[in-house]
Write a protein that binds this ligand. Structure first.
Ligand SMILES: Nc1nc2c(ncn2[C@@H]2O[C@H](COP(=O)(O)OP(=O)(O)OP(=O)(O)O)[C@@H](O)[C@H]2O)c(=O)[nH]1
Ligand SMILES: [Mg+2]
Length: 209
């Protein structure tokens, strides 16, 4: 579907994680169905768009890809504030990239809005023989932080559908909830205004007769 097509809601997501964990490849595969073997360091930030259906609504996902290199933090941290959802990515073949998750989670807490949805992705499952982080270890970290955990390969589009969909669904659900609570707040306010007036206001005179 073209990115200029009509949509009901815009959802801004962000990919963060150490250098070379596969953030750019995940996004290229998810948005354009392409896989690149070579690593080109992301300089600062980049974004792609994909449309999906969530609960009967067409959602335009604007997905921001950030540099894993710490020297770009001054640039990337500005993007956390606008992100409604964050995908924290590590490489299952790199213990150190998993250990960095605590740092990336801290950045989300420091720079993003407090209700930002988060999901953890363990990438490169096609390299199972080089795995350094057991699924259970990553799952335990995710559970301790109340976050969902998925394993993916940027070579396999099917493995990406669930985590992106789930994160987007969480954002849509949170938006609906906050819209509902704003509406409820309005109803309560109107009720309070009405009950504070003991006598109901006189009916307005009809103009037609
Ligand atoms: N086998 C395999 N290789 C992958 C996968 N994902 C990424 N790669 C490779 O890992 C390397 C780094 O991938 P990138 O997507 O550029 O990594 P990145 O996280 O964007 O890195 P920075 O932009 O520097 O932060 C590249 O050589 C990719 O081809 C995967 O799922 N499987
Ligand atoms: Mg990159």
């Amino acid at each position: 579907m073209a990115s200029s097509a009509r949509y009901d809601q815009l959802v801004r997501l962000m990919l963060v994680g150490d250098q070379t964990v596969g953030k750019t490849c995940l996004l290229c595969q998810y948005a354009n169905h392409e896989f690149h073997d070579h690593h080109v360091t992301t300089l600062g930030v980049d974004f792609r768009v994909r449309l999906i259906e969530v609960e009967g609504k067409t959602i335009k996902m604007q997905i921001w890809d950030t540099a894993g290199q710490e020297r770009f933090l001054a640039i990337t941290k500005q993007y956390y504030t606008r992100a409604q959802g964050c995908l924290l990515v590590f490489d299952i073949c790199s213990r150190s990239s998993f250990e960095s998750l605590a740092k990336w989670l801290l950045y989300v807490k420091m720079y993003a809005q407090k209700d930002t949805a988060v999901i953890i992705i363990g990438n490169k499952t096609d390299l199972e023989e080089r795995r350094q982080v057991a699924t259970e270890t990553a799952q335990q970290f995710a559970d301790e932080n109340g976050i969902l955990y998925y394993e993916t390969s940027a070579k396999d589009l099917k493995s990406l559908e669930k985590p992106f969909y789930e994160l987007c669904r969480q954002v849509v659900e949170a938006t609906n909830k906050s819209l509902n609570s704003e509406d409820n707040g309005r109803v309560i306010l109107e009720q309070e205004n009405n009950t504070s007036n003991q006598d109901p206001p006189p009916p307005a005179k009809s103009k037609c007769c």
